[in-house]
Ligand binder design. Structure first.
Ligand SMILES: NC(=O)c1ccc[n+]([C@@H]2O[C@H](COP(=O)([O-])OP(=O)(O)OC[C@H]3O[C@@H](n4cnc5c(N)ncnc54)[C@H](OP(=O)(O)O)[C@@H]3O)[C@@H](O)[C@H]2O)c1
Length: 249
């Protein structure tokens, strides 16, 4: 067989938020590239749905609410040694600045920023990340590149994630651990519907996209696969935009 630098053969990849959208597509596409995949998500049925779509054998699933410390600890102990970690679970809630509620802000920062940081730290302490290995954070164009009304809580949580990613890339380079992020604009997943109330608004917003359509979860998965694979062995601290040209405007 010819050498394929994008192959994930013999790599074990752990993906959070794998019960839906981008995480599910990433799990399925990673399995097609030869990886052994460990998937986690909160909803048992949706997680099983992902698990049942994985190609090949040896994959693992573990249902977890990442905001529950006991469940999180059990998940971390369950994990095998990893070649790749895709930190993808996230939530969004729109709120104009003057209506921001402290509880919403805490919830968003908890899942989108603090848990990714603490999971990275805990996996390192537990020596679950191989040398070399690759961590990919799912940030967003909303973090550092494109700003829309009422999105302050989400934007700031994703900017924090990118800031951490770059700092961790410096810290962990000597250990052979690479850290990068993908930054999608609007991707057709259940989350997209939470941002725009009406089909008319979705159509109107599409005019901002030079490529004339929203992205698919698979199109994010392919960038994540690049960052997990040996093809990106000399890439760390990078934020890849996947945005249909949105940020050209
Ligand atoms: N879709 C977009 O337009 C877009 C654009 C840029 C960035 N992103 C980012 O991409 C990532 C994936 O988003 P998506 O569009 O695929 O959204 P999605 O379809 O809503 O999926 C979100 C995932 O996060 C999981 N999750 C939420 N709360 C959790 C918790 N407390 N514990 C464990 N898992 C939890 C969900 O699990 P359950 O389903 O089991 O609850 C689900 O698997 C997010 O970080 C998001 O911010 C999305």
């Amino acid at each position: 067989m010819t050498n394929n630098p994008f192959s994930l053969h013999n790599k074990t990849i752990f993906i959070t938020g794998a019960s839906s959208g981008i995480g599910r597509a990433t799990a399925v596409e990673c399995s097609k590239m030869g990886a052994t995949v460990v998937v986690t998500g909160r909803n048992k049925e949706r997680l099983y749905d992902t698990y049942s779509q994985l190609e090949g054998d040896g994959h693992l699933q573990f249902r977890t609410d990442l905001t529950n410390p006991d469940e999180m600890q059990q998940l971390l102990e369950f994990l095998p040694e990893l070649d790749g970690f895709v930190v993808n679970a996230g939530i969004v809630k729109l709120s104009p600045v003057k209506s921001i509620k402290p509880d919403d802000l805490d919830r968003i920062f908890q899942l989108n920023s603090k848990i990714p940081i603490m999971m990275t730290r805990n996996l390192l302490k537990m020596k679950k990340l191989k040398r070399p290995s690759s961590i990919v954070y799912t940030s967003s164009t909303a973090g550092n590149y494109n700003f829309s009304p009422a999105n302050g809580m989400y934007s700031s949580s994703k900017a924090a994630l990118n800031g951490f990613m770059k700092s961790a890339a410096v810290d962990l380079a000597s250990k052979g651990i690479r850290c990068n992020s993908v930054n999608p604009a609007m991707i057709e997943t259940p989350m997209m519907k939470l941002r725009y109330i009406s089909e008319k608004q979705l159509e109107e917003n599409l005019k901002n996209y030079p490529l004339g359509r929203y992205g698919t979860p698979e199109e994010v998965a392919y960038a994540i696969i690049y960052l997990l694979s040996d093809a990106s062995a000399w890439v760390t601290g990078t934020s890849i935009l996947i945005d249909g040209g949105l940020t050209l405007n």
